[in-house]
Design a protein. Structure first.
Length: 554
C-alpha cells in the first residue's frame, strides 16, 4: 500500500458537502472481493491490498456490504454486533487501516447499515429469549402470542421474503416476526432504546471516518401491528400509501429525521442512500434534504434493453430527483440480482413480474441458451449510457470485468437462504457473489492463496484482471476510460435530449459540449458528428453499430 499512499492526490478527495451527487460508487461484497489470509473468505486486508485497482479504476467512493460479526445466514445481513468487525474478516484496526488507505487514494467510504433486523445471535435477541413475555428485552423485537389455547399456531399466516413462515415460535406460546430469514428477527422501532442505539452506531462509524451509509430495507422500519393481524392475502392487497402495516409507513421518516441530525453534526455532513422498494411517487421523501438525502432507483436494472424504456426511466427519475432536491441514482447490477451482462444475453421474461434470469438460473445456466457475446456487448453499451447520465452511478464489483452470472453452482456448495427455503423455486443469489478473478491462474484466480468460499468457473481465467489489464479493448479498459472522462466532464445535473431520425437511437447532450448516443437496435445507424471520446465497441465507416454507445465532444 505504500505506493498508493505515497502518490495519492488528497485534493481528489472532495471536501464539499455535495461530493456524492454525481459520484461513481463501487460496491464491494467483502467476503468475495479479495482474501489476504488464504482461508477462502474475503477480508478487509484483502480489500486494502486491492486499493491500487480501485484507484486506477477511477471511482469516487467504495460501498462496503456488511463486514460485521455474522453467522452468514444471509450473507452478512444477519448482524451480531453493529459496532465490530467479523473476526474472519479482520479487526477494527484493519477497518481503520482500510479507511485510511482508501482516503489516501482519494476514495470515500460508504458502509451498509442493516436496521430492520438483527441476527438471532445479537446480545439483545439472546436476552429476549431468556426473558419472559412482556419483558423489556422482548419489547426491542416484535413478539406476539400465538393463536389457540397453547399458542401453538402463528399469530398470522404471513410468508417470509425468503420463503416459509414469517413467524417463529420460541417455546412459551410466543412467536417473533422475521420478514427475512429465521435468523433475522425484526426490530421494534417504536422502542426508544432501539432508536438511540442506532444513533450511537451511526456516530461510532462516522467518528472512524466513514463518509456515508447505505440503508438496507429503509422502507421497513416503522410498523403498526395491532392485536388483530390481517392474513397474508389481505396484507398483500393493502395499498402502500403510507398506512400499510409493514411497508413505507409515513412514520419511518421521523426516524430518518433523527439520523439526518446526526449526519449534520459532521463536516462535511455524512451522506446516506436508501434501499427503499416503494412506489416511485413516494421515493422523494427518502431522498429529501431532511431525510437520508438519496434513494436508489432500480428502474434501469429492471428495464428491458429498449430505447423508449430507457428514455422514459431517465425522464421520470430526473423529475423525482428535482422534486426531492437530491440527485438520482443509477444501478445495473448489485449483490441481489443476476449480473446485467447475463440478463442482456437472455430473452426477456415471458411473465410479468418474473425476475430476469430466474428461469435460466433454475436450469443450472443451460436454458434458455445464454448469448454471452451479445450480453456483454449490450452490458458495455448500457454502462456507458448510464455513466453519461446526471446523478450517481453505482457499480457492482466484477462488472468492470464484464463478469457473467455463475449459473452452475452445485447445490451442496450454495449458501443463500433463498435456495434452501424455496427449493425448485428460487436458486438464490450466490451466482453474482462468486469471488473475483484477479489472475488467470492459481487455486482461486488470485482471490487468495487458498481456495474460494464459492466455486469459481474455469472461464474466470479468461476475464481475470491481469488478462484485461493488458488489453486496450477489454471491459476493464472501457470502465477506466469512461470513468476518467466522466470525471473530467462532470458538470451541472441536467441533460438535453437530441432528436434522432432512428427510433432505436437515443441521444442526449450534457453541459460542457458532450453528447451520449446509444443504438439499442441491431442495425448500424448514423454516427452523430463530433470527436469520439469513448465507445463501448468498435466503430467503423462513420456508423454507430447496433447495441453500441458512444460519447462525443460536439
Amino acid at each position: 500500500m505504500t505506493d498508493v499512499l505515497a502518490h495519492s492526490d488528497l485534493a481528489h478527495l472532495r471536501h464539499d458537502a455535495d461530493w456524492w451527487r454525481q459520484a461513481a460508487v463501487y460496491q464491494v461484497y467483502p467476503r468475495s472481493f479479495a482474501d489476504a489470509n488464504g482461508d477462502g473468505l474475503g477480508d478487509l486486508r484483502g480489500i486494502r491490498s486491492r486499493v491500487p485497482h480501485l484507484r486506477r479504476l477511477g471511482i469516487d467512493a467504495v460501498w462496503l456490504s456488511p463486514f460485521y460479526p455474522s453467522a452468514l445466514a444471509d450473507g452478512g445481513y444477519d448482524v451480531d454486533d453493529y459496532r465490530d468487525v467479523d473476526p474472519r474478516l479482520g479487526t477494527l484496526d484493519d477497518f481503520d487501516d482500510l479507511v485510511n488507505a482508501l482516503h489516501g487514494a482519494g476514495i470515500r467510504v460508504i458502509i451498509d447499515i442493516v436496521p430492520n433486523h438483527t441476527s438471532n445471535r445479537h446480545e439483545w435477541f439472546r436476552e429476549a429469549l431468556a426473558s419472559p413475555k412482556g419483558s423489556r428485552a422482548r419489547n426491542r423485537y416484535i413478539f406476539r402470542d400465538g393463536l389457540g389455547d397453547d399458542g401453538a399456531s402463528p399469530p398470522a399466516d404471513w410468508t417470509s421474503a425468503f420463503g416459509g413462515p414469517a413467524w417463529e415460535p420460541v417455546g412459551d406460546g410466543q412467536w417473533y416476526l422475521h420478514y427475512f430469514a429465521t435468523e433475522q428477527p425484526d426490530l421494534n422501532w417504536d422502542d426508544r432504546e432501539v432508536r438511540d442505539d442506532f444513533l450511537t452506531t451511526l456516530r461510532f462509524w462516522a467518528d472512524r471516518g466513514v463518509d456515508g451509509f447505505r440503508i438496507d430495507v429503509a422502507h421497513g422500519l416503522a410498523k403498526l401491528l395491532g392485536d388483530e393481524l390481517p392474513d397474508q392475502a389481505t396484507l398483500d392487497a393493502l395499498p402502500r400509501d403510507g398506512g400499510h402495516p409493514l411497508w413505507d409507513r409515513d412514520e419511518v421518516h421521523e426516524i430518518y429525521a433523527e439520523w439526518r441530525a446526526v449526519f449534520n453534526e459532521y463536516s462535511p455532513p455524512r451522506t446516506a442512500v436508501a434501499e427503499a422498494w416503494v412506489d416511485p411517487s413516494r421515493r422523494p421523501r427518502y431522498a429529501s434534504i431532511d431525510g437520508l438525502g438519496q434513494a436508489f432507483n432500480f428502474d434501469l436494472l429492471e428495464a428491458p434493453f429498449d430505447a423508449a424504456a430507457f428514455r422514459r426511466i431517465v425522464d421520470a427519475n430526473l423529475a423525482l430527483a428535482a422534486e426531492s432536491g437530491s440527485s438520482t441514482t443509477w444501478v445495473l447490477s448489485n449483490h441481489d440480482v443476476v449480473r446485467h451482462a447475463t440478463r442482456y444475453g437472455l430473452p426477456e421474461p415471458a411473465e410479468p413480474g418474473e425476475r430476469h434470469g430466474a428461469a435460466w438460473l433454475l436450469s443450472g445456466g443451460t436454458q434458455p441458451v445464454l448469448d454471452r457475446e451479445r450480453g456483454l456487448r449490450r452490458a458495455r453499451a448500457a454502462t456507458l449510457f448510464m455513466l453519461g447520465l446526471p446523478g450517481s452511478a453505482y457499480l457492482y464489483q466484477g462488472e468492470e470485468l464484464g463478469l457473467h452470472e455463475v449459473g452452475d453452482i452445485p447445490a451442496d456448495e450454495r449458501q443463500d437462504p433463498s435456495f434452501f427455503r424455496n427449493p425448485g423455486v428460487d436458486i438464490g443469489r450466490d451466482g453474482c457473489r462468486v469471488p473475483l478473478p484477479w489472475t488467470s491462474t492459481g487455486a482461486s484466480f488470485g482471490f487468495g492463496h487458498g481456495g474460494a468460499h464459492l466455486p469459481q468457473p474455469a472461464w474466470f481465467g479468461d476475464v481475470a484482471v491481469d488478462v484485461q489489464d493488458r488489453d486496450h479493448d477489454s471491459t476493464l479498459s472501457l470502465y477506466r476510460r469512461a470513468l476518467s472522462v466522466r470525471d473530467e466532464l462532470r458538470g451541472p445535473e441536467v441533460l438535453e435530449w437530441v432528436p434522432s431520425a432512428e427510433a432505436d437511437v437515443v441521444r442526449f447532450r450534457r453541459p460542457g459540449g458532450w453528447e451520449v448516443a446509444m443504438n439499442f437496435g441491431t442495425a448500424p445507424a448514423a454516427l452523430p458528428p463530433g470527436e469520439v471520446l469513448v465507445a463501448s465497441g468498435p466503430l467503423a465507416d462513420g456508423r454507430l453499430p447496433g447495441e453500441t454507445a458512444v460519447w462525443l465532444r460536439v
